[in-house]
Design a protein around this ligand. Structure first.
Ligand code: HEM
Length: 507
């Protein structure tokens, strides 16, 4: 049951919002020194889970909110990873697990019980919300469209609705996740193709990404196809032959189980010129890559299978991948460490990257918002403390100022300056960079690209508290000084607490 393109496009704005948040949050996950994201696979998996939840349940699960939603998502991702790893190991072990519960079998059952119980809970919650809304006649048109569509199909029983929704919710985790990693890797390792794709995106994507925009990006689609050719996710497409066939000169009787392994013909020089190279041009209709055997036959590439049993989630997966690549490349330049060998694949029921994918993300120069990262280096923390100290020494050196007043003035000046610059000024007024969300965000909210409770934000919260304690001590806890300094402290703490309360997640 494959969804029609129009039905899949309906979800584009919902999943595009998830990609926006994911790409924003990526900023705070990139190590400023190595430019890499540790556990990139898990980050991408959380995005895939959040995106599927938006389609199935029209609900944000908070898979990258840094709080309980993210902890839950981490457990789901880990359970899914273990299920695929252990299933792969069992497939090639003695089939003892078929007769009694071997340790690996029990382990799989434990992970599956957890994963599917959680997914079923979400399906049940959504069905009961839909029924409530129908009873109260408050269900809006287009709301919960995936599940209302399934529920409205007379031929489907409730258990079918559960199975189809579970599949849509869970399948992307083990398929779209590695496919996204392979695409990022291929573009990072092939700067020329990446540059061509970026110029296509620069030229054709203006403002919001719509389904029409995506349709108009042939090079993007060619890149995704080529990544599937070099790094297919599945190991085989299986069929039981319905009638006698002759395949490559061999007689194959009806009823035989035949596996077609994409890794063989996708990488065959017989079919593809420079088969080991990433050449998206071979999929372009304009035949710009014009060497013999260059423009491959479209039916050679079947990463989603073919025919009536082809992948039911193909269009969702492609839509997710296109959006992810557009939005990542709008913000980052990708590269691959020169000392790192080419990426390989390892079997875990499906084909996953054989090691952590070390893509380097560097912010495009024109997109760099200095407000977001200036505090992320420890050198800046030292400079900040030194600046406050220098202000204090200057005030102490004014002859008529007593020591208590020098402390109080240091504290008040610091807190007022912090209030004005961090909590009142919005956007990046001293720069002409394209300001999207930043234009309405205070400097405080922009720090670490909106991520809350980061080390920099904790540092900048602790500073006025420490300064207040020192000032109270050096003013001998005089009640007037204490009062004035406390007011100054409130001036900078209250907006931070408000911001944490209003934006518990990243913005
Ligand atoms: C990059 C992502 C994906 C790849 C490469 C992929 C690949 C495949 C392949 C090769 C098949 C077997 C097709 C055949 O035998 O002809 C398949 C089947 C299937 N896939 Fe996917 N898939 C992906 C994502 C998804 C997603 C996101 C979903 C859920 C929405 C999904 C749901 C399914 C289902 C339900 C089937 C069984 C279809 C049937 O037997 O009728 N897949 N997929």
């Amino acid at each position: 049951m494959m969804m029609r393109p129009k039905e899949v496009r309906h979800f584009l704005p919902l999943v595009a919002g998830v990609v926006d948040d994911f790409v924003d949050r990526l900023g705070s996950k990139i190590d400023p020194v190595t430019q890499q994201v540790s556990l990139l696979r898990d980050e991408i998996a959380k995005w895939s889970l959040e995106s599927s939840a938006m389609v199935c349940f029209e609900k944000r699960l908070g898979c990258f909110d840094g709080g309980s939603g993210e902890t839950w998502a981490g457990k789901m991702v880990e359970a899914n990873k273990q299920i695929f790893l252990l299933s792969g190991l069992l497939k090639f072990s003695l089939p003892l697990y078929k007769h009694f519960g071997t340790p690996k079998w029990k382990e799989i059952v434990r992970h599956e019980d957890f994963f599917y119980a959680e997914a079923m809970r979400l399906v049940r919650e959504t069905i009961s919300k839909i029924r409530d809304a129908v009873d109260k006649e408050s269900l809006e048109e287009g709301q919960y469209s995936f599940m209302t569509y399934l529920l409205s199909r007379g031929e489907l029983q409730e258990k079918d609705v559960f199975i189809l929704t579970l599949s849509l919710f869970a399948d992307g985790l083990s398929t779209t996740t590695p496919a996204a990693l392979y695409n990022l890797y291929c573009l990072a390792a092939n700067p020329e193709a990446q540059e061509k794709l970026k110029s296509e995106i620069r030229e054709k994507v203006k403002g919001e990404v719509t389904s029409e925009t995506v349709e108009n990006l042939p090079y993007l689609k060619a890149c995704v196809k080529e990544a599937f050719r070099l790094y297919p996710v599945g190991t085989e497409v299986s069929r039981v032959i319905q009638q006698d066939l002759v395949l490559s000169g061999f007689h194959v009787p009806a009823g035989t189980h035949v596996d077609l392994s994409p890794s063989v013909h996708f990488l065959s020089e017989e079919h593809f010129e420079d088969a080991a190279k990433f050449v998206p041009e071979r999929w372009l209709r304009d035949k710009s890559y014009s060497t013999p055997k260059a423009n491959a036959h479209p039916y050679l590439l079947t990463p989603f299978g073919f025919g009536t049993r082809m992948c039911a989630g193909r269009r969702f997966a492609e839509q997710d991948l296109y959006l992810l690549l557009i939005k990542v490349l709008q913000k980052y330049d990708l590269s691959y460490p020169t000392d790192e060998p080419e990426l390989g694949q390892k079997y875990m029921t499906l084909l996953f990257p054989d090691r952590p994918v070390r893509v380097l993300f560097s912010r495009k120069h024109s997109e760099t918002n200095p407000n977001a990262m200036w505090l992320s280096g420890r050198g800046m923390w030292f400079t900040y403390v030194f600046g406050v100290f220098a202000l204090h020494i200057f005030l102490l050196s004014i002859p008529f100022l007593s020591i208590p007043w020098a402390w109080t003035l240091t504290n008040i000046t610091h807190d007022i300056a912090m209030f004005v610059f961090l909590h009142t000024v919005r956007g990046v007024p001293w720069m002409t960079l394209t300001q999207g969300k930043e234009s309405s965000m205070t400097h405080w909210d922009q720090i670490d690209y909106g991520e809350q409770f980061t080390a920099s934000k904790k540092f900048i919260t602790v500073i006025p508290i420490v300064l207040y304690i020192l000032t109270s001590y050096y003013t001998n806890y005089d009640s007037f000084h204490c009062f004035v300094n406390f007011m100054a402290l409130l001036l900078v703490l209250v907006p931070k607490l408000q911001s944490w309360q209003q934006n518990p997640k990243q913005l």
